[in-house]
Ligand binder design. Structure first.
Ligand SMILES: Nc1nc2c(c(=O)[nH]1)N[C@H]1C(S)=C(S)[C@@H](COP(=O)(O)O)O[C@H]1N2
Ligand SMILES: [Mo]
Length: 406
């Protein structure tokens, strides 16, 4: 054992961190590709027609059919830009932390699990949730699964990223991290060091079990409240660098092309909410008492308030929030509503702990500085569209998507 290593272990022990098993990265072939086997893939698209290969597989959470705030693991939405869920052997998986650090290290999963762990409830939402693309303009979403199903919330278990960064010792000028995945896509994202040291986690547990293959088994980066795309699944490498790398998804798909320029690096997600009952394609059997319920979230922190309007936006009343309320997590709201059998529009809006308020489409038009017809006429894909979702109740009690149709 060289003296550097001895010193490191001493410091790690002082920090109360059991890192004995972690090997110095230089002692191994740093950056070795972890063993990937592609057989027995649970993904139903495995082996399907080649048209799917290289495409994106999307699966949404049926928000109208879940209770409380935790999304059952098997119903967590999923976005795989490389179609397949890699079948990674956790015993052979390694995490390399290197770059502008004093002591590059390689961790096995066993070593990561020996470190002090935390369990935290956080949501992940795709920047493309309630996203307006050409398709969704032609075929507006009918159900809440279609409109908002790319957000889910879990109790994640793992280690704080700051623990590991303190162990490797970030050098002066190391202001960014490049996080890279082990799947064939080598999905890479640039993460500011401040976020990495704040509340970022490396997670191996989801809702009390091992993280699901679709969510990044055996290890994923979790950046609470940040756009989904940055939460790198099947994490294999963290490189400390001095500047962002402008990776494919940082300059391509997940940017917003606006009339006045391109918006890159979307971080904290804005407050959002949606009524999940009653929502698109539900049917109210007749006038009477109903319990409106739904979910709210914000990348800015805790949901502070959710207001509901049942009279086409004329008046708003505070909904009841289910406790406990976690920061950067789904928050369940509800309110009793007596439907009189008349046509109306129901909608919810979220205010977070910073005082940020979810805007209506009209308000968002002003915030984005676009013309009112922009949403319907642009050929750009629109991400991070967090406008209030209106649902129209017709006289027969059928519920319709009223976004842009009010
Ligand atoms: N390696 C890798 N990580 C990834 C992706 C991916 O395709 N590959 N998709 C990203 C996107 S776009 C989103 S929205 C989230 C979705 O996380 P989930 O599939 O667990 O719901 O993971 C992100 N992390
Ligand atoms: Mo995404």
């Amino acid at each position: 054992m060289n003296s550097d290593r001895r010193q490191f272990l001493k410091r790690a022990a002082l920090a109360g961190v059991a890192l004995e098993g972690a090997r110095s990265a230089s002692a191994q072939t740093a950056g070795d590709t972890p063993d990937l086997t592609w057989g027995a893939n649970p993904n139903p698209f495995w082996g399907a027609a080649s048209e799917h290969i290289g495409g994106t597989v999307e699966r949404s959470t049926p928000l109208a059919d879940i209770y409380g705030i935790i999304t059952p693991s098997e119903l967590h939405f999923s976005i795989n830009h490389e179609n397949l869920t890699p079948n990674i052997n956790a015993h052979k998986h390694r995490l390399l932390i290197h770059g502008m650090v004093d002591r590059p290290l390689i961790f096995t999963m066993e070593e990561l699990k020996r470190l002090p762990s935390v369990s935290r409830v956080h949501y992940i939402a795709c920047g493309g949730n309630s996203y307006l693309g050409l398709d969704s303009r032609k075929n507006p979403p009918k159900t809440v699964l279609e409109s908002h199903g790319k957000t889910s919330c879990s109790e994640w278990t793992g280690v704080t990223l700051s623990t590991l960064l303190n162990a490797v010792g970030v050098q002066k000028g190391g202001n960014w991290l490049i996080a890279e995945s082990a799947d064939v896509k080598r999905h890479a994202m640039s993460i500011p060091l401040a976020k990495a040291m704040d509340d970022a986690l490396l997670v191996y547990g989801q809702n009390g079990g091992p993280i699901r293959p679709e969510q990044g088994y055996p290890l994923r980066l979790l950046l609470p409240g940040w756009e989904g795309i940055r939460n790198v699944k099947w994490l294999r490498r963290l490189q400390v660098v001095d500047q962002p790398y402008f990776s494919r998804y940082e300059v391509g798909t997940y940017t917003n092309v606006m009339p006045d320029g391109v918006r890159l690096f979307l971080f904290d997600a804005a407050p959002g909410s949606v009524i999940t009952y009653p929502s698109g394609q539900h049917h109210l059997p007749g006038p009477g008492l109903y319990n409106i319920t739904g979910l709210a979230w914000s990348g800015g922190g805790a949901v502070h308030k959710v207001e509901i309007s049942v009279d086409s936006g004329r008046t708003w009343k505070n909904a009841q929030l289910q406790e406990p309320i976690f920061r950067k997590a789904h928050t369940r709201f509800q309110m009793a509503w007596k439907w009189n059998g008349q046509e109306t529009v129901i909608q919810s809006r979220c205010t977070d702990e910073k005082g940020d308020i979810q805007p209506t489409v009209a308000e968002l038009t002003k915030i984005w500085n676009v013309t009112p017809d922009y949403w319907q006429t642009t050929t750009n894909n629109i991400h991070d569209f967090n406008a209030v979702q209106p649902w129209r109740v017709d006289r027969e009690g059928n519920i319709h998507n009223a976004m842009f149709q009010a």
